[in-house]
Design a binder for this molecule. Structure first.
Ligand SMILES: CC(C)(COP(=O)(O)OP(=O)(O)OC[C@H]1O[C@@H](n2cnc3c(N)ncnc32)[C@H](O)[C@@H]1OP(=O)(O)O)[C@@H](O)C(=O)NCCC(=O)NCCS
Length: 189
């Protein structure tokens, strides 16, 4: 039964994990993180405080989702992705008017980084190593390695410093200080 939460899961007070969701090794869940059913989470994934991950979502190894992020159902998120605070993904192009039609989750490819508060519209693909500026509304697919910015988000030339690979050790240590190791399968703390 403990296999579904992986080994060495660290989680904080208030987390909820629904059934049939599987974590790899060494993941972290911040306070009040909520992960719904049928999700597959890789190794070393950080899901921050007050993040919601809806059902049937895949999150690749070493990806970090910061405080308050909303990951809608049927998203596919790659490895080494960084999702800033309060990022909002969406999956219903008809805003509730056509429940007969399927939802379209977002796809965020390996190494992409999404700035705080960005909104990603249904079915959008964010390319490998792409960057989305804070506060953008992403209405079109983002090409790999490009920076998009604004409402609606458009490709702009990046400052090369912003495409540098970040180090994550400091983040991880700070987060560990507030976590418990708790091999408990699918419950509330
Ligand atoms: C995309 C980003 C990296 C660009 O940074 P930058 O290259 O240093 O940009 P600058 O500050 O030099 O600004 C360049 C221009 O873009 C504009 N701009 C910068 N960020 C913008 C944004 N998010 N949305 C719209 N315009 C933006 C600036 O106003 C400036 O325009 P101007 O030349 O007309 O004055 C940065 O703005 C950003 O969004 N960072 C994300 C931070 C974040 O969310 N981190 C998550 C963890 S806290």
């Amino acid at each position: 039964m403990f296999d579904s939460l992986g080994i060495n899961l660290k989680w904080s007070a208030g987390c909820i994990v629904k059934p049939n969701t599987h974590f790899g090794a060494n993941c972290r869940l911040g306070h009040n993180a909520f992960v719904r059913e049928n999700c597959t989470i890789g190794d070393d994934v950080t899901i921050g405080a007050n993040v919601v991950v809806e059902n049937d979502t895949v999150i690749g190894s070493r990806t970090r989702i910061q405080t308050g992020g909303y990951i809608t159902a049927f998203c596919v998120i790659g490895e080494d992705v960084f999702i800033g605070p309060m990022v909002c993904t969406t999956n219903d192009p008809h805003i509730g008017a056509r429940p007969d039609l399927p939802n379209e989750g977002c796809t965020i490819l390996d190494g992409a980084r999404i700035g705080a508060g960005a909104i990603i519209l249904p079915g959008i693909v964010i390319g490998k190593d792409a960057v989305v500026a804070a506060g953008s509304v992403v209405t079109r697919d983002v090409p790999s390695g490009k920076l998009v910015m604004g409402v609606p988000a458009r490709v702009v030339e990046p400052d090369p410093d912003h495409l540098a690979i970040e180090r994550r050790e400091a983040d991880d240590e700070a987060h560990d200080a507030n976590c418990y190791v708790n091999p408990f399968d699918g419950g509330v703390l």
